[in-house]
Write a protein that binds this ligand. Structure first.
Ligand code: PNS
Length: 168
């Protein structure tokens, strides 16, 4: 009997994707047979995103192609995460955890998603120490002041941030 492939979802806003996100996606792609990066297309919080969902997808697709991650695809979703997981046949949601400050929010999300669908398991991967300070919000703030973010995000993301936020 052939078993169906183990599919994981790496969901998030990715506004924009950072090298920390890409490190997690790469590590998950070496553990699961297929990975679907789910880009949320609804403002989860009150603030609207800087980049459109299509732009956020394009940044991630470019980066995973450059890294040669052939078992990773990127999709936009705007329904419940567990519904999206069922649609793509995923049994796992995998996210990165940087510090204790992430824990409370992620613990709540994991409990909420378990309540919505107990068949979908949440897994957390610890961020590498060199990315433990890195966030999309942080790079946006750095970009406003033209700080060097070249080792924190892929080059096309750095260029787009400089274009949209940088001081002229
Ligand atoms: O890290 P993020 O960007 O805040 O994560 C977004 C997401 C969807 C993974 C998180 O908010 C979550 O797990 N939400 C569960 C509830 C849900 O499905 N909301 C609808 C999303 S469109």
């Amino acid at each position: 009997m052939t078993e169906s492939p183990r599919i994981a979802i790496c969901p998030g806003s990715y506004d924009p994707v950072t090298n920390g996100h890409l490190d997690i996606i790469g590590r998950v792609s070496r553990t699961f047979e297929n990975v679907v990066v789910g880009v949320v297309n609804k403002p989860m919080r009150k603030n609207a995103t800087l980049f459109t969902a299509e732009e956020r997808v394009a940044f991630i697709e470019d980066a995973i192609a450059a890294d040669g991650l052939e078992n990773v695809e990127v999709r936009i979703f705007s329904n419940l995460l567990v519904e999206f997981a069922r649609e793509v046949g995923a049994t796992a949601v995998v996210k990165g955890l940087r510090a204790i400050s992430d824990f409370e929010y992620e613990f709540e999300m994991a409990q909420l998603n378990h309540k919505l669908d107990p068949e979908i398991e949440s897994f957390y991967v610890f961020a590498r120490s060199n990315y433990s300070f890195l966030s999309s919000t942080g790079v946006k703030e750095m970009a406003i002041f033209n700080a060097d973010i070249s080792d924190l995000v892929p080059a096309p993301v750095a260029a787009a941030l400089a274009d949209r936020l940088g001081r002229r």
